[in-house]
Design a protein around this ligand. Structure first.
Ligand SMILES: C[S@@+](CC[C@H](N)C(=O)[O-])C[C@H]1O[C@@H](n2cnc3c(N)ncnc32)[C@H](O)[C@@H]1O
Length: 332
């Protein structure tokens, strides 16, 4: 652990170190040597990737952020009343843009004590810690720079009734089996009958609406998708010809998830210097970079139940595009 910042109101700790460079190296070695090439989506998010994601959230086609925000605008006070939350732990907190609505409702209810953002992007955690202690006098921030798949155990013990928020539909990036394992790990941060999970899930809908959200006309999502190749070029001394990979996004109707892929325009021989690895792409060969599962209430309830969590409430926006659910471990 490396302490990054300590003031009266803020503690920020980093668990990202040389081992995490290994995690990119391991994922590249593992993912690019498979018959069907694949990389996990967390490697999109260097500073440029985080900035591109922010731009995606503003796009007319990208409804999830607006829909989730609309729910929080309407229902944050109810969520705080139902949970009595004094502490908000947020996984993949990013710029904490929507989270401020919840923190505001907690402050208005007089319960707000601590915010615990956890994100892989160091600059995001530091910036939002600074901004939030200014915005909410008396708030303490315990920031964690880390990987939510590996560093959940570093979330400090609760300081009052806790909400763990996992917003933005990021849970959809997990395949079904790992999704349940991850929800179970989140459950370990919750005390039975006391704490709650607030989970954002994108809902199954017209495939045309879904596909447009992941393939916008301005090409921002395409840039975001290709950013993972820039990250590998820089961090692992590779020579991907980034512009020669085409962005592909489609809704898999059977699995009910969006897939993002990068398609090689022509035959490509890539060298990854730091790994001493040569990877060949056949013309039009695809590399899967993200899945984003879409949910029904039935699927959500089943996933939560299989992870030891009980669904308490489902809140949706007026167009029923997106859902925020409250769940917890059953008391006793
Ligand atoms: C899709 S964005 C969502 C951001 C924000 N919560 C929202 O709802 O708009 C995903 C965020 O999770 C972070 N992230 C992605 N994978 C992560 C991981 N494995 N561990 C920690 N943070 C991760 C990214 O840095 C990014 O800020």
């Amino acid at each position: 652990m490396t302490p990054l910042l300590t003031t009266d109101a803020i503690v920020v700790e980093s668990y990202v170190g040389p081992k995490d460079e290994r995690s990119l190296a391991d994922d590249v070695l593992d993912g690019l040597t498979r018959p069907f090439k694949e990389l996990p989506p967390k490697h999109f998010y260097d500073a440029r990737g985080a900035e591109l994601f922010d731009r995606i959230c503003e796009l007319p086609e990208y409804y999830p952020t607006r829909a989730e925000r609309a729910i929080l605008e309407e229902r944050s006070a109810d969520i705080v009343e139902a949970t009595g939350a004094a502490e908000l732990v947020e996984l993949g907190s990013g710029t904490a843009a929507k989270t401020r609505l919840l923190l505001r409702a907690m402050a208005d209810a007089g319960t707000l004590r601590r915010y615990v953002p956890l994100d892989v992007t160091e600059s995001m955690v530091l910036t939002c810690a600074d901004e939030l202690v200014d915005e909410f006098p008396g708030l303490r921030v315990h920031g964690i720079v880390g990987d939510f798949e590996r560093h959940l155990t570093h979330v400090p013990p609760p300081d009052g009734p806790r909400i763990v928020a996992f917003l933005g539909g990021t849970i959809g990036n997990f395949t079904p089996g790992t999704r349940r394992r991850f929800l179970r790990a989140i459950g370990r941060l919750l005390r039975p009958g006391v704490d709650h999970l607030l989970l954002g899930t994108d809902l199954v809908k017209d495939p045309a609406v879904l596909e447009a959200a992941y393939d916008d006309s301005a090409g921002v999502t395409a840039e975001f998708n290709r950013n993972v190749l820039h990250v590998i070029n820089r961090e692992l001394d590779a020579n991907f010809d980034v512009g020669a990979y085409e962005h592909v996004a489609f809704f898999d109707r059977e699995r009910e998830w969006i897939e993002m892929r990068l398609r090689a325009e022509r035959r490509m021989d890539v060298h990854v210097g730091k790994l001493g690895l040569d990877v060949a792409f056949a013309p039009r060969e695809e590399l899967r970079t993200e899945i984003s599962a879409k949910f029904t209430v039935k699927r959500l309830t089943a996933d939560l139940a299989a992870s030891g969590l009980e669904l308490r409430d489902v809140l949706t926006d007026p167009d029923e595009l997106f859902a925020l659910s409250l769940s917890g471990r059953p008391a006793g």
